[in-house]
Design a protein around this ligand. Structure first.
Ligand code: EZ4
Ligand code: CO
Length: 411
């Protein structure tokens, strides 16, 4: 199984996606997601200029060897651009191997460990009424676990809550899409003290309305200091969160030690991590409960599986990142891996738009609150190149935060 062609396809059906498409001498096509939200072209260049020339003529069966060659052969280790590029190659090779074997990828990874994947959706609101509507809307769409994000009184625009609310047929947009198209990033606002006062009251109201059973999650999006995060974890304990995500900026693994000393609220971290080394202390010291890394940004199936096997020794589970900026190809990879591993925790799931789905045909199912990757050989995703060509790249940035005095804050 020799790689004859390697193309990097950039398309923007609703949002930007980068896909590596490998074609073998037998005409099989393997896909890998290479989307790095807001910095897409850095991975395009990395792949096109430095990786594609190495792939032509290569034996597509040699997944481990190719991973080591790209990782060690680059000399420069880790980093989101490198690890996203390696992921795209790795996932495309797993897709090809599974198609060659005539099996859905999860079978090659050891077979199904469960019926399907518990997935959580994103509910949010500017006030309690909007938030409750959004939670009901997600429950009606089959979600059995809900992430709750809320506006903060006195703060104009906050992560996780659609602030330019689009209304069609009297229905407000329920999904927050952080990347905004344009020549300059959107500015959001932040005030940690106001947030810390407000969030527990919102979770109290949600528990009163929806009862004790519903798994609830929350994303702190890297904004707190360790002691602030400890305080939030403690004040949320009565509401029994499934997890508190990214409570502090992730670069400093030691920060989680302080948070952990003060709260039993489960902690999830790592959507911006890209290698096992970012998790080493966190997992070994049991400072977190869930690994947020996606297949797309963490060196593919090969490397994320290695992180999750390490995590399993410490009863740490998966909680793979699954916003719309993980393409349908990346989501499929996540679903196959999540179905196969023993220490699956939960999968984030933000359904893609109809336009995105017109470019990427998928075979996953969503039933009774569970995702399943389907039974097509390989990943089960195809890319319609003609359709993709209708949606050229559009510049888009993630927002950034400023405090009231104008200081840039973590977004
Ligand atoms: O901000 O995917 O948990 N989900 C998140 C996402 C991230 C975006 C960044 O590209 O934090 O909304
Ligand atoms: Co997050």
């Amino acid at each position: 199984m020799i790689i004859e062609r390697a193309e990097v396809i950039v398309t923007s059906p609703s949002r930007n996606f980068v896909t590596l498409r490998l074609t073998t001498d037998e005409g099989l096509i393997g896909l890998g997601d290479a989307t790095l939200n807001g910095r897409e072209h850095s991975v395009v260049a990395y792949l096109q200029e430095h990786v594609v020339p190495l792939l032509i003529g290569m034996d597509a069966h040699r997944i481990e060897d190719t991973w080591q060659f790209l990782y060690r052969g680059a000399y420069w280790r880790r980093g989101p651009v490198t690890m996203t590029a390696i992921s795209a190659v790795d996932v495309a090779l797993w897709d090809l191997k599974a198609q060659a074997a005539g099996m859905p990828l999860y079978q090659l990874l050891g077979g199904a460990s469960r019926k399907g994947l518990l997935a959580y959706g994103h509910a949010s609101g500017n006030d309690t009424e909007e938030l409750f509507d959004s939670i009901r809307h997600h429950l009606e769409r089959g979600f059995r676990a809900i992430r709750v994000q809320t506006a903060v009184p006195g703060v104009r625009a906050v992560y996780g809550v659609p602030h330019d609310v689009t209304v069609s047929n009297g229905v407000r947009s329920q999904e927050y899409e952080p990347a905004s198209r344009g020549a300059y990033p959107a500015e959001e606002d932040w005030d940690t003290r106001a947030y810390l006062r407000h969030v527990p009251t919102v979770f109290g109201a949600v528990r009163t309305e929806f009862g004790p059973e519903l798994p609830l999650l929350h994303d702190g999006h890297h904004r707190m200091t360790p002691i602030q995060a400890a305080s939030l974890g403690k004040s949320l304990e009565p509401y029994d969160l499934f997890w508190l995500e990214d409570c502090t900026p992730a670069e400093n693994q030691e920060a989680l030690r302080l948070v952990r000393q003060h709260t039993t609220t489960p902690l999830a971290i790592g959507e911006v991590f890209n290698s096992v080394w970012d998790y080493q202390g966190l997992i070994r010291e049991q400072l977190i409960d869930y690994v947020r890394s996606s297949v797309t940004h963490t060196g593919g199936i090969t490397h994320l599986r290695r992180i999750l096997d390490f995590a399993a020794q410490y009863q740490v589970k998966s909680g793979m990142h699954g916003p719309t900026d993980i393409s349908p190809v990346g989501m499929a990879a996540a679903m196959h891996l999540g179905l196969a591993i023993h220490n699956f925790g939960i999968q984030e799931f933000m359904p893609h738009s109809a336009k995105t789905n017109s470019v990427f045909a998928q075979s996953f199912t969503w039933k009774d609150g569970l995702l399943h990757p389907g039974e097509q050989p390989g990943l089960g995703v195809t890319l319609d190149v003609d359709e993709a060509g209708k949606y050229p790249y559009e510049q888009a940035y993630l927002p950034f935060n400023r405090l009231a005095d104008g200081t840039v804050h973590d977004w």
